[in-house]
Write a protein that binds this ligand. Structure first.
Ligand SMILES: Cc1ncc(COP(=O)(O)O)c(C=O)c1O
Length: 350
């Protein structure tokens, strides 16, 4: 097959635009060949289960899956009873970027809350709790947060702890969509046991796809009851991979020498490089704290249009002239510097 794209062309649209890290491709090759048990009964998946117990604690149960939407919906179904609803931020991926999967596949009602920065707090969650115990109203049984959020902001450990405590005091579970969890772990200079297990999170999707893996996510249940139904739910939701060894092998290579954290640290540092350069451009306002690998900024419409001619990126809130620029594990400093030049030209500051 001939290559059909230009690998030198780089955009700041999303970390989903990146390819696969060479060490992950090598791991796929190593895991290839021979006849190996299917559907997760393989040595790579068993080894991954052990590794995740080391990282998250002995109760962690790993469920490798193909994508984030599937993992999210499966998690909600595992944690929410038929009469239950899910509280999430208005900007939550499950609310705005998963079609109607939570509602249609999961049969789940979402109660969304406006937030300034994508982060829920117990006080914001409480605004959706006024009608608990009234049969006519949705009964909240789960809080969904993403770490980092869709705005690239990170929950501090004490903020997750406060949400988990609030949830458990109100018969709710706490689910973390960690599509980019590694970026938050390095941003907060912590580890997953401290951030997830010790705070009392009930379930997590550990996302790999956005950080160098190929269609590899892993739902991690810390809730024994949910762990017993997840094997069946994963199959019913078409997320059970027959050749699971290839998902698991990627995670094993990712954890070797902390590659996952190295890649996330690099990605975050490129977002910082971009954000720092933007502070010197008067017509640009950075609209969210840059805590992971996304930069949100407001800039004039003409500048946005000019940039769009050469770079693909998302206009986040057109009414505000706000855009999202994302870096990734393979963003080079040269890519960032070229982009900064293009932004300066578009803003007439050169
Ligand atoms: C916060 C968040 N959660 C989940 C996902 C995963 O979605 P997908 O189904 O595309 O893998 C994404 C993808 O961009 C995301 O940003």
């Amino acid at each position: 097959m001939n290559r059909l794209h230009d690998p030198a062309h780089y955009t700041f649209a999303s970390d989903n635009y990146s390819g696969v890290h060479p060490r992950i491709l090598a791991a796929l090759n190593t895991a290839n060949g021979g006849s190996v048990a299917a559907y997760g009964d393989d040595i790579y998946t068993q080894t991954l289960q052990h590794k995740l117990c080391e990282l998250f604690g002995h109760q962690a149960r790993a469920f490798p899956m193909f994508n984030g939407t599937g993992a999210n919906v499966t998690a909600l179904q595992a944690l929410v009873p038929r009469c239950g609803a899910v509280i999430c931020a208005e900007s939550a991926h499950i609310n705005v970027d998963e079609g109607v999967a939570p509602e249609h596949m999961g049969g789940i009602k979402l109660l969304s809350v406006k937030t300034p920065d994508g982060k829920l707090t117990p006080a914001l969650v409480a605004t959706q709790m006024l009608n608990q115990g009234i049969v006519h109203h949705p009964q909240a049984r789960l809080v969904y947060i993403s770490q980092p959020t869709e705005y690239g902001t990170c929950y501090r450990i004490d903020e997750i702890q406060a949400l988990a405590d609030y949830c458990h005091q109100h018969e709710m579970k706490l689910y973390v969509d960690g599509a980019r969890l590694a970026n938050a772990v390095v941003s907060l200079n912590t580890d997953v046991k401290t951030m997830i297990t010790d705070t009392g999170v009930d379930m997590l999707n550990l996302g790999g796809t956005k950080n160098g893996l190929l269609q590899a996510e892993c739902l991690i249940s810390l809730c024994d009851e949910a762990s017993t139904v997840l094997p069946y739910l994963r199959k019913s939701n078409a997320q059970l991979s027959s050749k699971m060894r290839f998902i698991s092998a990627q995670f094993l290579a990712w954890f070797e020498q902390d590659l996952w954290l190295q890649l996330a640290r690099h990605s975050n540092s490129q977002a910082q490089r971009l954000a720092q350069a933007l502070t010197s451009i008067e017509t640009i306002t950075i609209t969210q704290p840059v805590e992971a690998n996304a930069v949100f900024a407001r800039l004039p419409a003409a500048a946005r249009q000019q940039l769009h001619q050469h770079y693909h990126f998302y206009d986040w809130d057109q009414t505000q002239g706000e855009v999202r620029w994302m870096t990734s594990f393979d963003t080079l400093p040269e890519h960032v510097d070229q982009f900064i030049m293009a932004i300066k030209q578009a803003c007439n500051t050169l």
